[in-house]
Design a binder for this molecule. Structure first.
Ligand SMILES: C[S@@+](CC[C@H](N)C(=O)[O-])C[C@H]1O[C@@H](n2cnc3c(N)ncnc32)[C@H](O)[C@@H]1O
Length: 369
């Protein structure tokens, strides 16, 4: 079944490396956001407005569960105040699955989860805003807006999410789709409401870097209105960005959590590595058989998560050291084929005790979203 069909037909679908990078951005940003907001304000809210079913068929959690776990597992949790997590999803089957996923989490008095009845974001935004602020405009509210298409999140709706002084938005902008279809006849009818104006047209003549130019144009809408904004291209290895995550916030301090996210994640998405390593000698020039055997063994884990202990044992059985294992993992990570999913923070890329998820090259290459 093609990915587009899977997303339409199935309640739950398979994850891909881009989703893992997106969730890593969420986790890193939330680690910082929660650390500041949940200790400063008596309560705060996160609205996951396109929540999905909360899980992927191959096991990883969906964004609502990622958010909840980041809160529950935060090192400053003991000092946290109340967090409300409000989830909206259009499809009843996905709402049901999401409830099942939340039921597996431990009960925690500081975390108030509310899964809304199935509904469309455009119809529900003002009601959700009242729920999120709980009668106080100054309650910090982070809106996570991660739709499948252009039409369900026009710019006017995003602006409504930024109406109160401590509202912030983390938005998925379909820069690859914009790049591919912007010159198609009639597509402008979707682009103008999506951007809230015709300023997207300035990006069209850009032949190199058009995706980035669309992200910049979208951000321009925020800066023109005195907001602060950051962006991060979700890409694997040296491929072009498939989409961008755009942050919009009222305060410059809001950006302080954003900048570290982008540099921390460069190594996962390969954004820094691609130009640096192009033309550089292979890590394994001296002993290419090492990479061949270990690399083949690791690639065979595609579609699964493996504990460090298992991988280390496997490397040893192939007569290789943990150092070789780490080099092989670095090599796969640069291609988007291996991700450390736990712990989210560590001083080195592959610490003992970590968990690694593996993907196949087809997962990276699939162009459809
Ligand atoms: C990209 S997926 C969300 C993935 C999820 N945020 C994650 O990262 O795990 C988009 C979800 O939004 C739902 N959806 C589509 N249109 C919607 C709308 N107008 N309002 C609310 N949910 C919608 C889809 O059914 C789908 O489950």
């Amino acid at each position: 079944m093609r990915r587009a069909e899977e997303l339409k037909e199935r309640t739950v679908w398979k994850s891909d490396p881009h989703t893992q990078v997106k969730h890593l951005v969420y986790r890193h940003y939330l680690q910082c956001w929660m650390g500041k907001i949940c200790q400063t304000f008596p309560e705060a809210t996160i609205v996951d407005a396109f929540a999905g079913p909360g899980v992927y068929t191959d096991g990883p959690p969906g964004s609502p569960v990622v958010i909840a776990r980041t809160f529950l597992e935060h090192s400053a949790y003991q000092r946290f105040n109340r967090l409300n997590l409000i989830c909206l999803e259009e499809r009843p089957d996905r709402v049901e699955e999401l409830q099942r996923q939340f039921a597996k989490l431990p009960k925690a008095p500081k975390l108030h989860i509310s899964v809304q009845p199935p509904g469309k974001f455009a119809d529900q935004q003002s009601r959700l805003s009242a729920l999120a602020h709980r009668g106080r405009a100054e309650t910090p509210v982070l809106w996570v807006v991660d739709p499948f298409d252009l039409k369900s999140a026009p710019y006017s709706l995003i602006r409504q999410c930024l109406a109160a002084p401590r509202d912030e938005v983390l938005f998925t902008l379909f820069t690859n789709e914009l790049h591919r279809f912007c010159q198609r006849e009639g597509y402008d009818k979707a682009m103008t409401p999506y951007f809230g104006g015709t300023h997207w047209q300035a990006a069209v003549p850009e032949r190199l870097g058009r995706r980035e130019a669309f992200a910049t144009a979208y951000q321009q809408g925020f800066t023109d209105q005195g907001l602060f904004t950051g962006s991060f291209g979700i890409r694997i290895s040296n491929q072009s960005a498939r989409y961008h995550l755009i942050l919009a916030t009222h305060s410059e301090a809001g950006l302080k959590c954003w900048a570290p996210v982008t540099w921390k994640l460069d190594r996962y998405s390969g954004q820094g590595a691609s130009t640096e390593t192009a033309g550089a000698p292979s890590l394994f020039d001296e002993a290419s058989w090492v990479v061949d055997r270990l690399d083949a063994a690791l690639r065979a884990h595609a579609g699964t998560e493996q504990r460090w202990e298992t991988l280390s044992g496997q490397a040893a059985r192939l007569n290789h050291t943990d150092k070789h294992l780490r080099q092989s993992l670095d090599n796969l990570a640069a291609q988007g084929l291996a991700f450390r999913v736990d712990p989210v923070r560590a001083r080195t890329a592959w610490p003992e005790g970590c968990t690694v998820r593996f993907y196949a090259p087809e997962d990276v290459a699939d162009e459809s979203f």
